[in-house]
Design a protein around this ligand. Structure first.
Ligand SMILES: [Zn+2]
Length: 156
């Protein structure tokens, strides 16, 4: 009983401390991310050609401000899925990767805008495995909240 009252006193102190140290309401909202608009790219099931250049276009927004984004392209020869995936496309048979395309880059968003359109040029090498890929785009707000979208694409 004695330990319990000590613990609850400590807990109460922690609550009081956390309340008094915060002047603003905490940010509880994740940023948004979407390719579902006319210029958005790549949309689900898009086929990209080797040796070509494309511009990734993704609209993002946040209630306070956007800080960084990342683009991650990896093969889906093993038919894995992501919980943030939109539509699923018809996949080619499972196969073993030999020289799969791997792309992973982080970028800063200057000025912490509340709305930002990612426009990132992307070159697809010509000496890579054809097949199913995932294009994952994520955005992080100034508080650290992250939102991700995983898009099924093909590279041929
Ligand atoms: Zn994946």
């Amino acid at each position: 009983m004695k330990l319990r009252s000590k613990l609850s006193a400590l807990f109460l102190l922690m609550i009081l401390a956390s309340c008094s140290s915060e002047s603003e309401a905490p940010d509880k909202e994740k940023p948004t991310i979407s390719v579902n608009y006319q210029e958005g790219f790549p949309k689900s099931c898009t086929v990209l050609k080797k040796g070509q250049k494309y511009t990734v276009k993704v609209q993002t927004s946040d209630n306070i401000g956007l800080a960084t984004y990342a683009i991650d392209i990896h093969h889906n020869f093993d038919h894995h899925t992501h919980d943030d995936q939109g539509a699923q496309c018809t996949l080619s048979p499972v196969k073993t990767p030999i020289t799969p395309f791997i792309f992973m880059q982080n970028y800063n968003i200057d000025g912490a805008p509340k709305s930002y359109e990612i426009q990132q040029e992307l070159s697809i090498p010509s000496n890579i495995d054809s097949g199913d890929y995932h294009c994952q785009i994520s955005v992080v707000d100034v508080t650290g909240w992250q939102r991700r979208t995983s898009i099924d694409i093909k590279i041929e």
